[in-house]
Design a protein around this ligand. Sequence first.
Ligand code: PGA
Length: 252
Amino acid sequence: MATNIVIGNWKLNPDASKEAKKLFLGISKLASKMKRTQVVVAPPFVYTSLCQTKSKKLALGAQDVFWAEQGAYTGEISVTQLKDLGVKFVIIGHSERRALGESNEMINRKVRATLNAKLTPILCIGESAHDQQGAYLAFLSNEIRAGLKGVSKSELSKIIIAYEPIWAIGKRQADAMTPRQLHETVLYIQKILSETFGRDVSKKVRIIYGGSVGGQNAGDLMEHGQINGFLVGGASLSVETFAPILKAVDSI
Ligand code: PGA
């Protein structure tokens, strides 16, 4: 069985390097207690070199990447630069980046550049509204197919899909998805992957959930949602709120 994974996406936090170091150290301690869960921290780029660890249970992630190796691309960061700083996981196509204008085509380029560099892409998908008629399913299908265009079967197993319904991000835990809704959507994602890549390899793709995950809902979502872990925003910004999520995942 694939290892479960919890990724802390710090987004544009914290304000200063001193706090970043302290938080990273606290999360390292939590990660060292994990028995079967891989913990990943994705800090803002500027803190990447401060967040270094030798622990196998804690890995470094990035919140984005650019597809080109080098050249005239002001403000961008390459996979090679990330790799040089020990980054292993790259979040790609987060809804907050899509909202700033990132297209499926750009996301696909980033996924392929990340795979070429032998890093693990975390492809984010998610609808803005969960309508009763199921129009969101076609939306998700398009995000998956477009994001994974040109990816080979052998590469597919290295990808993590983060299902993050936009309507459930940054809310109270009570507003997150229900485990049942999550399970239905996970089955649908698996179906789309199977149609495109075949059943055997699709089963190897880890699917994680993100959107208002906390200590109260993590256990249920994990158990009944049939997922392999979480992408956590707000609750990854303090040891107190991150710890119960890690504990819930590690005890499944
Ligand atoms: P949240 O964010 O946990 O604060 O809802 C999740 C995400 O955007 O990755």
